[in-house]
Design a protein around this ligand. Structure first.
Ligand code: HEM
Length: 166
């Protein structure tokens, strides 16, 4: 377990209920479901990480420098959405199968709190970049790249830490 309890006590029955949903039970009772879904979760991480790096390195000013910034942001968007979608589609059944363990796991809560910040920041910042279309990387696009990568690193590191501390 992750040590101290982080979430309100009153949420525990809900997490117990989640763990005994049909999907949670099916994943938990199968030998193969969890590792296979987790492997796809990690493939999604690769897709998401690639989609993030592609755009964030352009925003930093080091990668794809012959392509206009706004075009890289636009083309990267669908891969970002696909990566996030795959993470949710695989993450939810993993979570359901061990909801009570997650409830007691501080890394799980770090991940769930940092995730909306990462999503909100990345989508808002990239919409701004696509609209303003700066012609070259400057301190603003670099700041966006650094904050984006920092937030997503926090989500991914906390995700990995669930396993270490669970
Ligand atoms: C969208 C961004 C996400 C990222 C970057 C991410 C990242 C990760 C990483 C790196 C792992 C560790 C895999 C391993 O140890 O082999 C993991 C595991 C896991 N993720 Fe995610 N994840 C994301 C979304 C989600 C969502 C939306 C959920 C569900 C609510 C979720 C639930 C889980 C669970 C339950 C595990 C297994 C933890 C364990 O017992 O080891 N993830 N995730």
């Amino acid at each position: 377990m992750g040590g101290r309890q982080f979430a309100p006590e009153a949420w525990l029955p809900f997490f117990e209920w989640l763990e005994y949903t049909a999907l949670g039970t099916a994943v938990r009772e199968s030998i193969w479901a969890f590792p296979i879904i987790e492997a796809v979760h990690l493939l999604g991480l690769g897709l998401l990480g690639g989609a993030l790096l592609l755009v964030d390195l352009r925003l930093w000013g080091t990668g794809l420098t012959r392509q206009p910034i706004a075009a890289v942001v636009r083309h990267g968007h669908r891969w970002l959405v696909a990566g996030v979608a795959l993470m949710f589609v695989t993450g939810i059944p993993l979570f359901l199968s061990e909801a009570v363990k997650c409830y007691y796991n501080t890394s799980f809560w770090v991940k769930m709190i940092s995730l909306p910040f990462a999503l909100g920041f990345t989508f808002a910042a990239r919409r701004w970049v696509a609209a303003v279309a700066p012609s070259r990387a400057d301190w603003r696009t670099r700041l966006i790249a650094a904050v984006s990568l920092g937030l997503w690193f926090t989500v991914a590191a906390a995700g990995r830490w669930i396993g270490f501390s669970g």
